[in-house]
Design a protein around this ligand. Sequence first.
Ligand code: FAD
Length: 163
Amino acid sequence: MAEKLPGVCIIGAGMCGNAAALKLVREGIPVTLIDRGSPIGSKNISGGILWGRELEEVLPRFWEEMPYERPITSKRISFLTDKSGFTLEFKNTEWRQPPHAGFAILRARVDKWLAEKVKQIAEETGAVGAKGSAKAALEDKAPEVKAITVKRTVVHPPPRVEE
Ligand SMILES: Cc1cc2nc3c(=O)[nH]c(=O)nc-3n(C[C@H](O)[C@H](O)[C@H](O)COP(=O)(O)OP(=O)(O)OC[C@H]3O[C@@H](n4cnc5c(N)ncnc54)[C@H](O)[C@@H]3O)c2cc1C
C-alpha cells in the first residue's frame, strides 16, 4: 500500500510542518522535510510555552522524551491600568506530575527533536524518504525534490544517476 502512495515534500519544519510530517510517516507515506535552518530548529531561536497535550495525537506520551526545560506549574493573569494592577495566580499540584499541563521549551531543541522523530518513525513504518534539511536535498539525498528556493534564488539539486 505504502509503495503506491506519492511522497510529500513539506517546506518548513516548525510545529506545523513536523506535526504534518509525523501524521504522514505514521501512515507510511514518505516525507521530505525541508527547512531553511540546518540543523532543523537552528533558525527558531525563541522559547515558549507548549500548553496542553495535543502533540499526543501524533506522538503518544511525548513528554517522556521531548527535551523540555521545565513543566509549567502555575499560571498568572494580571489586570492592569496605567497606574495600578492586580494579579490572579492559579496553581495545581497535579501540573507538577507527568503528563503535565504545559512545558517551557526552546524551539531550537524541540523542533530538531521533532524532526528526528519524523525520521525515526519513517524508518519504523518504511516511509523512507524523510530527510532533514535543504542541504540533504541539494546533496541529492532526496531525489523527489526537483528544485528549492534559497534566499529567493532557485537552486536545483545536482543531476542524479538512476540506479
Ligand atoms: C514571539 C512569539 C512568541 C510565541 N509564543 C508562543 C508560545 O509561547 N506558545 C505557543 O503555543 N505559541 C507561541 N507562538 C506562536 C507559535 O510560534 C506559532 O503558532 C507556531 O510556531 C506556528 O507553527 P508553524 O509551523 O506554522 O510556523 P513556525 O513554527 O514559524 O515554523 C516555520 C518553519 O519554516 C521554516 N521556513 C521559513 N521559511 C522557509 C523557507 N523559505 N524555506 C524553508 N523553510 C522555511 C522556518 O525556519 C521554521 O522552522 C509565538 C509566536 C511568536 C512570534
